[in-house]
Ligand binder design. Sequence first.
Ligand code: HEM
Length: 124
Amino acid sequence: MEEHEVYSVIGEEGFEKLISAFYKQVPHNDVLGPMYPPEDLPGAEKRLRDFLIFRFGGPQRYIEERGHPRLRMRHAPFPVSDLARQHWLRMMQVALTEVDIPDQAKQLLWGYFESTAAAMINRA
Ligand code: HEM
């Protein structure tokens, strides 16, 4: 399996379950909870889900609705420290253990999450 094939293997449902399992932890996380918009968590959930669907070979809804991802720029308003990165990855790891998708898909997603999270760090 390659990155662009993940969508055809796990489908909308796989991404829906993974990102839902991630976002249900957000309000309870001391470091990340305060950063996310409390009145628009479902919107935030959709943005991450649609982005990943696009990135892993699915429909381009994210691009149609949000334009070029520019992820580092879009994270600039939020204080992404190394601690925040650790919490984000930890929540994603919990989410990945909860969903029933092939291990190979989990490994491809995890590799991408680890490197992208490191690239989002924008303060000490
Ligand atoms: C390293 C720790 C990270 C922190 C603390 C963080 C935090 C945030 C916050 C607070 C938002 C705004 C929520 C919203 O959409 O309203 C956001 C948006 C977003 N994040 Fe992250 N993020 C992190 C890592 C990542 C990673 C690794 C990815 C990609 C796998 C990612 C992808 C996105 C996307 C696609 C959006 C929506 C951008 C948009 O269209 O506005 N983030 N993030």
